[in-house]
Design a protein around this ligand. Sequence first.
Ligand SMILES: [Zn+2]
Length: 227
Amino acid sequence: MRMVDLSHEIRTGMPQRFAGPIPTIFDIEFRGSQHYQAVDDACILQHHLGTHIDSPRHYNPAQGMAVHQLPLEKLITHAVVLDLTQKAPLTEISVRDLEGALAKTNERINPGDGVLIHVGMDAKYDTWQAGNWRNAEYTKAPYLGDAAVQWLLAKQIAILGLDALAPDVGEDYRPVHQVLLRDHGIPIIENLCNLDKLTKSKILLVALPPKIVGAGGFPVRAVAIEE
Ligand SMILES: [Zn+2]
């Protein structure tokens, strides 16, 4: 059994997509006696930071499922990794692209499996500095449109992940967030990394957020297990 960490580090001052408190990890106090020394520490993080999951509540604030309500079956599941690293920046990933990538894996996407879209943007992750997400090379990833969303829905996937800032581009119409996440309750993991380190196209994905009641997203430690 081989494990690959698919998660970026969470650090003080790291770049973030949304306005909010600057990520801060800090010590509150040191305690001790002659027998031990202890530190009590804390962090301030917004929910959509680094490698994180979007829960349906992110796009359906009133009624969408929050992270504490996500079924474990969506968070621990087999997932097929589709290689789309040949796609140019800011181009739409077509159904033909998805079919071609799936054919190369010799795997099937069964109902309830996850799908990880490997676009290779984690190699550009360092171009994303605090405050510049709109201009960073990292954010110019190929994206999924309506046709790709319908293809994923027909496969009855449990969860979608990708190694880029987001599966949608633009601010006006965002089909992955609006249709897959909001309308069909399929969570999305953004900012994965190390998909190029995988040696298999079908892995066991583990991506668990803590049970933060009411959160529309939260960082996850996403791990691939190659069985
Ligand atoms: Zn998010």
